[in-house]
Design a binder for this molecule. Structure first.
Ligand SMILES: [Zn+2]
Ligand SMILES: [Zn+2]
Length: 214
């Protein structure tokens, strides 16, 4: 069984996740932001050992908790290389929102095609989904050798909407192509956990998302 805990707090109400294997208690932390303390407390209370910090992309709302998580856990931070220029400017982007953001710790590992990040009986597989930003990824989580049923898609796809494409390095046509090529390759029953708002499924978005009806 898989354990998925979601937390979101203001001002961004960006979803951060702890995803864990309940058999071994190994876990990953996805997109720690301002809710990082609640996610770390959840992991502590449930006796989970977080092994990796995985980022779907580097927009400031998704990374404000990385420094605190790195200090608390000492585990590797993973990001797509194409988002490094955004990651490295988190303090500056935070200031644009009137927020004081800690300097980011260095990225330890850049995602590579075909890579798997193991935690307990599960693994996370990064899939490059540019469009909302150059280095956006979908993190497919599942058991080795089987298609993942849980997709952490960052701000690429939302329930009933899609990611914004008015920020540096974003492109609308690229975003739509990523959703169709990468996300819609999964089965209708695959669960989608977006960076903001409620979870949905691939089937529901394929049928009803107004940005993806042709
Ligand atoms: Zn974003
Ligand atoms: Zn976001």
């Amino acid at each position: 069984m898989i354990i998925i805990e979601t937390q979101a707090v203001g001002p961004f109400f960006k979803n951060g996740f702890v995803v864990a294997c309940d058999a071994t208690r190994d876990a990953v932390l996805i997109d720690p932001g301002d809710e990082v303390a609640a996610l770390l407390a959840f992991a502590d209370e449930r006796g989970l050992a977080i092994r990796h910090i995985l980022l779907t992309h580097a927009h400031v709302d998704h990374v404000t908790g990385v420094a605190a998580a790195k200090r608390a856990l000492g585990v590797p931070v993973h990001l797509h290389r194409d988002d490094l220029f955004i990651y490295d400017r988190a303090v500056e982007f935070g200031a644009m929102f009137g927020l004081r953001v800690e300097p980011q710790p260095p990225v330890d590992e850049f995602y590579t095609a075909g890579q798997t990040v193991r935690f307990g009986r599960y693994e996370a597989r990064p899939h490059h989904t540019p469009g909302h930003c150059p280095g956006g990824v979908c993190l497919e989580v599942g058991e080795p050798g089987a298609p993942g049923k849980d997709l952490f898609v960052g701000d690429t796809l939302f329930a009933g909407s899609i990611g914004r494409t008015d920020l540096p390095g974003a492109d609308h046509a690229t975003l739509i192509a990523s959703i169709r090529r990468v996300l819609f390759a999964f089965g209708d029953d695959a669960r989608v956990y977006p960076g903001h708002g409620p979870a949905t499924t691939i089937g529901h978005e394929r049928r009803t998302n107004p940005f993806l009806q042709t």
